[in-house]
Write a protein that binds this ligand. Structure first.
Ligand code: IYR
Length: 228
């Protein structure tokens, strides 16, 4: 079983009381997180972004190949180019280009409660866009050759840890997924074996930011968990 190289593993001892208190405290902080669509252009510290990406880089993942890349876009020129390409896709999605929308009537109806549309000014206003890429191939060497495993699951967990850490740092985030988003590969100068997964928009909320009331209604524990 253990005929591979190992290092010891342990966690600091903790009483049940402290375990519960710490879990509840983090839950209460994470409960404050919202997807923010109104950003100010106020800067955010680069070191906080770096730390959040390092946190994301610790996510559990297939065979520890760490199949992700985080392209941090901060230049106004590049943010503007991403905004323009994303809005072109979104106009097709919402039918704002005069053609039939790509989205179904049902989908557009659901989005009405969120108030989203094809305009994405936050892609330019927010100080950072973290474009998350999944490495379909590449393994440890990042050579585009070796097989990776559980790529979607790994990158999904990493994104969760990224967003949680950014929230803990007092920064607002939005996960944005224009579709299709292949244009992000070129915009971020990434290789063809990487697949863009999402843009995490990061910054400070605008002074008059709001969130949809619908987004604040979370299912209770009794609905999302079962004990067997
Ligand atoms: N990508 C589009 C549409 C969109 C879809 C869902 I599901 C959302 O929760 C929010 C938006 C947009 O960004 O407008």
């Amino acid at each position: 079983m253990r005929d591979h190289e190992t290092v010891p593993y342990s966690l600091a001892a903790m009483s049940d009381e402290e375990s519960v208190a710490r879990a509840q405290a983090l839950r209460d902080r994470l409960k404050q997180r919202r997807s923010c669509r109104y950003f100010s252009d106020a800067p955010a510290p680069r070191e906080a972004i770096e730390a959040a990406i390092e946190a994301a880089g610790t996510a559990p993942n297939g065979a520890n190949h760490q199949p992700w890349h985080f392209a941090v876009v901060e230049s106004l020129e590049r943010k503007r180019a991403i905004r323009e390409a994303a809005e072109a896709e979104e106009r097709r999605f919402y039918g704002a280009d005069g053609d039939d929308p790509k989205a179904s009537e049902e989908w557009l109806g659901t989005l009405r409660d969120l108030g989203t549309d094809a305009d994405k000014p936050f892609l330019e206003t927010a100080p950072y866009l973290i474009v998350v890429f999944a490495q379909r191939k590449g393994g440890i060497e990042e050579d585009g050759q070796t097989q990776n495993y559980y790529v979607n699951e790994s990158v999904g967990i990493a994104c969760g840890m990224l967003i949680a850490t950014l929230h803990e740092a007092g920064l607002a985030t939005l996960t944005h997924t224009p579709s299709p988003m292949g244009f992000l590969r070129e915009a971020c100068e990434r290789p063809e074996w990487e697949k863009p997964v999402m843009i995490v928009v990061v910054g400070r909320p605008a002074i008059d930011a709001t969130v949809p009331a619908k987004a604040t209604r979370k299912k209770p524990l009794s609905q999302i968990a079962s004990w067997l």
